[in-house]
Design a protein around this ligand. Structure first.
Ligand code: 5AD
Ligand code: SF4
Length: 438
């Protein structure tokens, strides 16, 4: 028998924050509006795209996807645009494509049930405060929970559009965070990923009441007291706020996973200044050295932008130098993309696209060797894996404590369990091995 519920299809672009926002949207629409999720675009009564605007490419993707929705979607299906591009383009989206029914900004997720039936509604205020709003729990993966700890961002990195799309930074009270984590753990999650644009600036500003956590380090301690929770991750921290107290907690708290994202952006102190990152090449190297000393099996990932306005060969050499010194296990690298509402877009010394492309290729090829070595070094090791997803061909996927992807032969009985695995092979992105039978 087919269900009478209306069907919702949602496509999510961008970061983990967007993945969680999509989960909130699914929860709101199924609890308040009687929608259920479908994986088939053709069946949907409501098609949503949760967008990203960090670079020009994902913005272009929005408009090409709307074209696909119009072509393949059911006749009369509603189309809604949510997320960061919704915040930044607002009404313009409807002007450009009148078939779009509503636009809901990244800081207005809680208003989804209000706008869903309002033709051409646009809700994009970046002042809206959702820190006390209790979204019902919906998790696309019950084994690991994404949990927001703050919304917005107060930094003014000159390349970044996010402060304009997600507004000023507000922290969510720690007791709400702990309650949510407890519920997730009761629902079967052993792992939590704490989410914010700038997580280690936590507790800088609350909009309600007093709070038990006075810093991110404090919050980590509180979270680690939740019984049944075994693995804590967080994204993304800012290198500037990685003080010694934080590093000490990171290194010694057994529940905090030995994996950390330390976004470099550039290795040149001169460029870092013009990006308004607030740290120098030396500070960055010092933090990473300390992390490696204190946490021997740590995996460090980073973000790097090439072709930022004014980037000289010398500046780029500094970036390569940091890459070679820190040997990031994982690299996310991007060509600079000028964004509206950002200072750097106004800088006069933009780098030619061919130069940036060449630097990107060079950076990535040096990194590939580092990554290969790091993955191969895992062959022959016994690692502890938390299994979280079934894959085709009787494979099960999980992650090591330091975040490496592992595939083994097995069945659903492995899901939600932390098990030892002997690694016998490695590709550039994945470790393969056998479960150790107890
Ligand atoms: N151009 C290219 N990359 C950018 N990022 C942020 N803004 C831009 C931009 N204008 C990158 C940064 C950030 C990551 C999420 O995206 O590296 O850390
Ligand atoms: Fe994209 Fe940044 Fe918005 Fe995430 S916060 S969706 S990365 S623009």
């Amino acid at each position: 028998m087919s269900s009478m519920k209306k069907k919702l299809y949602i496509e999510t672009l961008g970061c983990a924050m967007n993945v969680r926002d999509s989960e909130h949207i699914i929860a709101e629409l199924s609890n308040k509006k009687d929608y259920e999720l479908t994986q088939n675009l053709e069946d949907a009564d409501l098609i949503l795209i949760n967008t990203c605007s960090v670079r020009e490419k994902p913005v272009a993707k929005l408009f090409s996807e709307i074209g696909v929705f119009q072509k393949r979607g059911k006749k009369g299906a509603k189309i809604g645009v949510t997320g960061c591009t919704a915040s930044h383009l607002g009404e313009e989206i409807i002007k450009r494509v009148p078939a779009v029914d509503f636009v809901l900004g990244a800081r207005n997720v809680s208003k989804i049930s209000e706008v869903v039936d309002k033709k051409h509604a646009v809700e994009i205020s970046t002042e809206h405060d959702e820190t006390l709003y209790e979204f019902t729990d919906y998790r696309s993966n019950p084994y690991k929970a994404l949990v927001n700890i703050s919304i917005g961002c107060d930094k003014q990195c000159t390349f970044c559009i996010v402060p304009a799309t997600r507004g000023e930074e507000i922290s969510i009270p720690s007791d709400l965070i702990i309650q949510e984590i407890r519920r997730a753990v009761e629902g079967g999650a052993k792992e939590v990923m704490l989410l914010g644009q700038n997580v280690n600036n936590y507790a800088k500003r609350f909009t309600a009441g007093s709070d038990k956590a006075s810093s991110f380090t404090d919050l980590l301690r509180l979270v680690s007291e939740v019984e049944g929770l075994e693995r804590i991750r967080f994204a993304s921290p800012h290198p500037l706020h990685m003080d010694d107290e934080f590093l000490q907690e990171f290194a010694t708290n057994p529940k905090i996973c030995p994996q950390i994202h330390v976004p470099l952006q550039s290795g040149s102190t001169n460029l870092l200044k013009r990006m308004k990152r607030g740290y120098t090449k030396e500070w960055f190297l010092n933090r990473c050295q300390k992390i490696r000393q204190m946490v021997p099996n740590v995996v460090i990932s980073t973000d790097i932008i090439v072709g930022f306005p004014g980037e000289s060969e010398e500046d780029f050499e500094d970036t390569i130098d940091v890459l070679k010194k820190v040997k990031f296990e994982q690299l996310f690298s991007f060509k600079y993309s000028p964004r509206p509402h950002t200072q750097a877009a106004e800088y006069s010394n933009q780098v030619p696209s061919e130069v940036a492309s060449r630097r990107l290729i060079e950076l990535q090829s040096i990194h590939k060797e580092i990554q290969e070595q790091s993955m191969q070094s895992q062959v022959g090791k016994r690692v502890s894996v938390y299994f979280e997803e079934l894959k085709s061909g009787n494979k099960v996927a999980g992650r090591t404590d330091n975040g490496r992807l592992v595939l083994v032969d097995g069945s659903e009985e492995l899901l939600g369990k932390i098990v030892d695995v002997d690694i016998d092979r490695a590709s550039l992105t994945t470790l393969f091995g056998k479960v150790v039978r107890q």
